[in-house]
Ligand binder design. Sequence first.
Ligand code: FMN
Ligand code: SF4
Length: 366
Amino acid sequence: MNRLNIGGLIAKLPIIQGGMGICVSLSGLASAVANEGGIGVISAVGIGMLEPNYRKRFHQSNKISLRKEIRKAREKSDGVIGVNIMMAITDFDDMLKIALEENVDVIFIGAGLFLKKPEIPEGCNTKFVPKVSSARAARVIFNYWAEKYDCVPDGVVVEGPKAGGHVGFKKNELLNVQKSLHEIVQETVDAMKPLEERFNIKIPVIAAGGIYTGYDMFEIMEAGASAVKMGTRFVTTDECDVSDAFKQNYLRATPDDITLIDSPVGLPGRVISNSFVKRIQAGETMPVRCPWKCLKTCDYKTAPFCIASALFNAAQGNLEEGFSFAGSKAYLAEKIMSVKETINEIMQEYTEAKYLATLKLKTIRM
Ligand SMILES: Cc1cc2nc3c(=O)[nH]c(=O)nc-3n(C[C@H](O)[C@H](O)[C@H](O)COP(=O)(O)O)c2cc1C
Ligand code: SF4
């Protein structure tokens, strides 16, 4: 298996753990993945909800907590540590500033078109990787950077329709999928070629969404991906920073439990169904006490529920007043194991898939 090279930043394994909010992937999970040679990612959204008094000083709490989690991850690992920041949050600039001040290895940016190249402090080597759902969006961002800044971001994550959390597709597109992740990856690899030639670089295309096993990983890398980004798979690990109740919810889930909701972020969200989800889907509204304006797109006066509170409640184990985000393959989780065991299992499956593919090729040639 090849190493992953993101603009000169090398990870031993082409496996990135997706940033998961709210407070699902913090320093515990990120450092464990980094220690195994992958890229561990801290999710910045709502990270300050862990701080006492966050309701009164939310943005300040977010800054304190992000810095603290990055430093804790660095203490626990010499590996590659990243931060995930959504453009849809109102303190995007502050979160970006903290991540750059802490010189994190890489920042993944989703939920918006990442057109503005950040100011980079001196001595900072952070790499930038936007997340998109189509080759078209990748082309828009990369061509804009090429024309305006004479450079391009260091890599791109392509997330398909099967992902957990907010998904960059309309609900009807998710119910009637037009393009598979394979197709989107291949189109994005092609879209990056002229830019790779122009700048004489390699732009890694990283695939995400519904990649759970090493077999999935092998298939998507055969389609041209340089690496995979997995969220759901890492939830049911010992080191994942959520409550045990959240993890048990994954273990209990069947394929029928995995469903879609309309989120105040303005995108559909994939979740595990429970009574809270059923009430939202039935059109019920929950009392919203907006502790702060965390999302650019959420109008708390009309929002049917507060997604920040719902996700945080679930992460802390209160599934009566919240729900778990989860990818379409969350029902495959059977037990909770360490990150080391999880990555070993993925690698073993990958090797098996590769061996089977070689056998198949030999049979065809005979
Ligand atoms: C529990 C959970 C929370 C997530 N939270 C975020 C988030 O806050 N921001 C974000 O950009 N992506 C978020 N994601 C998406 C992941 O970073 C990753 O792209 C996705 O999980 C990949 O699909 P998979 O779950 O099928 O592996 C979340 C996913 C899950 C499962
Ligand atoms: S109501 Fe909306 S903006 Fe206010 S905290 Fe909740 S999700 Fe954030």
